[in-house]
Design a binder for this molecule. Structure first.
Ligand SMILES: CC(=O)N[C@H]1[C@@H](OP(=O)(O)OP(=O)(O)OC[C@H]2O[C@@H](n3ccc(=O)[nH]c3=O)[C@H](O)[C@@H]2O)O[C@H](CO)[C@@H](O)[C@@H]1O[C@H](C)C(=O)N[C@@H](C)C(=O)N[C@H](CCC(=O)O)C(=O)O
Ligand SMILES: Nc1ncnc2c1ncn2[C@@H]1O[C@H](COP(=O)(O)OP(=O)(O)OP(=O)(O)O)[C@@H](O)[C@H]1O
Ligand SMILES: N[C@H](CCC[C@H](N)C(=O)O)C(=O)O
Ligand SMILES: [Mg+2]
Length: 484
């Protein structure tokens, strides 16, 4: 990319730049190669400006930074108002092309599920489809594990270009609040965007709920172009405000749910492992056998169908595809049943609303007791710990408090802060032991939810990640019971 083209992408437009251009872009000095532009970002732990000289030594031909960054290097320095946005726009231009139809979904809970469902609907419609999010990149003949829900712009645009080259025309991606706030999605050309719900999460990063909501709304007010469809789940406490924000941005608001106008949910019959839903779209009634457990999956299915229909999938195809959905791994995922008929699920609820939803979802099908095994991650919003303790104590009959990913924190202190609000809880720090104890205590008619780690395959404590899978542990415990 020539410098004059780069100059047209950033604000304010920089002064005169030298001849020539850049061959790549990076915000990490460790990844800089000859000919690259280094973008110095002020981060949460470090200041990228401190690495500018390193980057130039490694061959960076220019440095882009914010207005006040302290950068003293022997290379042109380009100062812009928003270096994170500049990085994203430059990465989009350098590493494109993107699949022609990209949809993104935001919300506190349901993003991974909606992205997976939208991919499955696109695929059923015969389109080259992919999803990008917490569980990685999923495309035909391609599964790439990912570290972040919304990858950083350089990685994201490399992925999008690889997908486009592999014949993917329709991609569904998750827009996390960190990703939106850090401009990781700026430059992605969105055909439609969705909103599921808002609840307490990430208040270690966002100062309060209003700021958290505003970060989510960047999806509509900055990223989705005017006139493009915004699919809003209508039955959440924040739905009206989300619709208002999208409308104010000029998006075409299409609501789904019981209060929905685009897809109106009329009736739901919940069964243990599936639900039958009746909905009305464009004056036509559809009766759908949704093969997923959990009330919350109805909302996710409606948002994903809305995204697919709004981007051109025939309604009958989209609704037909809902009958074939497979849940995203680790989302109210049935692991097995004990010989005496108790049911064991692995779920990814690691925040209050999700835990509330999942425990409420299993109650109607539990003739015995509801049990839950969970903990809370370290280095994450400590305020949610007693809230989740209270929810577990209220909605489950047996609560086992264990470790999630303590990361750098004292695991016992995390457990104590949960138990403060769940006084009857059984404390077993070792997650494997907690799962085994909970499974061996199950009786006929009971349901156990092992919550918080879902699809994860590692447990991080004191800076070390060891292989750990709730699925494997639960299966082993169930097999052990059967053999005994
Ligand atoms: C708090 C947070 O979101 N941090 C993200 C952010 O890092 P940062 O800018 O704060 O990085 P920093 O370590 O302070 O460094 C500042 C700058 O110096 C640069 N640097 C640093 C060292 C060096 O030697 N050379 C160098 O150039 C860094 O590359 C960076 O540009 O930008 C990085 C690149 O995009 C991310 O990898 C990093 O994610 C960290 C690892 C993370 O854990 N993020 C989580 C909280 C996250 O983003 N989660 C969301 C939400 C999940 C959900 O839905 O629940 C997600 O989308 O995954
Ligand atoms: N629409 C929903 N409403 C409330 N809770 C939900 C909803 N969808 C999923 N959940 C709960 O949240 C958990 C995570 O779901 P999912 O992975 O789809 O959400 P996410 O937004 O991608 O979460 P994360 O931000 O952690 O990646 C599920 O296991 C379930 O407990
Ligand atoms: N993307 C989320 C996942 C949390 C999963 C949970 N198991 C935990 O470790 O807290 C985060 O990084 O905050
Ligand atoms: Mg996710």
């Amino acid at each position: 990319m020539q410098f004059d083209e780069l100059a047209r992408l950033v604000e304010p437009a920089p002064g005169p730049l030298p001849e020539g251009g850049i061959s790549g872009v990076s915000s990490d000095s460790r990844a800089v190669g000859p000919g690259d532009l280094f973008v110095a970002l002020p981060g949460s732990k470090l200041d990228g400006a401190a690495f500018a000289a390193d980057a130039v030594q490694k061959g960076a031909v220019a440095v882009l930074c914010g207005p006040d960054a302290t950068v003293d290097v022997d290379a042109p320095v380009i100062r812009v108002d928003d270096p994170r946005r500049a990085l994203a726009l430059i990465a989009a231009r350098l590493y494109g092309p993107q699949p022609e139809t990209i949809v993104a979904v935001t919300g506190t809970a349901g993003k991974t599920s909606v992205a997976s469902f939208a991919r499955q609907i696109f695929a059923r419609a015969g389109l080259g489809a992919a999803s990008i999010g917490t569980t990685g990149v999923v495309a035909p003949d391609m599964v790439i594990e990912g570290a972040l829900t919304t990858p950083d712009p350089v990685r994201l645009h490399t992925i999008l270009a690889d997908l486009a080259a592999a014949g993917v025309t329709h991609a569904a991606m998750e827009a996390s609040s960190h990703g939106l706030d850090q401009r990781r999605l700026d430059g992605v050309e969105l055909a439609a965007a969705g909103f599921t719900n808002l609840g307490r999460d990430h208040l270690d990063y966002h100062p309060d709920m209003e700021t958290y909501f505003a970060a989510k709304m960047r999806l509509f007010d900055t990223l989705l172009g005017a006139g493009r469809p915004a699919i809003i789940f209508a039955d959440d406490g924040w739905s009206d405000r989300a619709a208002e924000a999208a409308r104010a941005a000029g998006c075409t608001v299409l609501t789904v749910g019981r209060r929905g106008d685009f897809i109106a949910l009329k009736r739901v019959e919940h069964e243990r492992h599936k639900q039958v839903i009746e909905l009305v779209h464009a004056g036509e009634t559809h009766l759908i056998d949704l093969p997923l457990a959990g009330d919350f999956q109805v909302a996710n299915a409606l948002v994903s169908a809305g995204l697919a229909i709004a981007t051109g999938v025939a309604p009958a195809t989209a609704f037909g595809a809902l009958e074939h959905l497979t849940g995203a791994p680790g989302r109210l995922d049935l692991v097995g049943t004990t010989e005496n008929g108790a049911v064991v699920y692995v779920d990814y609820a690691h925040k209050p609303e999700a835990l509330e939803q999942v425990l409420s979802s299993v109650r109607p099908f539990t003739t015995g007791k509801v049990a839950v095994v969970f903990g809370c991650g370290g280095d994450r919003d400590p305020g949610k710990r007693p809230i989740m303790g209270e929810i577990a104590a209220r909605l489950a009959d047996r609560v086992y408090v264990t470790d999630d990913n303590p990361r750098s924190e004292d695991a016992a202190a995390i457990r104590a802060s949960i138990i403060e609000a769940a006084p009857g809880a059984i404390e077993i720090g070792d997650r494997r032991a907690a799962i085994r104890t909970a499974i061996s205590a199950l009786s006929r008619g009971d349901t156990l939810v092992i919550a918080g780690k879902g699809h994860e395959t590692g447990q991080t404590a004191a800076g070390v990640t060891r292989h750990f899978s709730d699925h494997e542990e639960a299966r082993a415990a169930l097999a052990g019971m059967a053999a005994a």
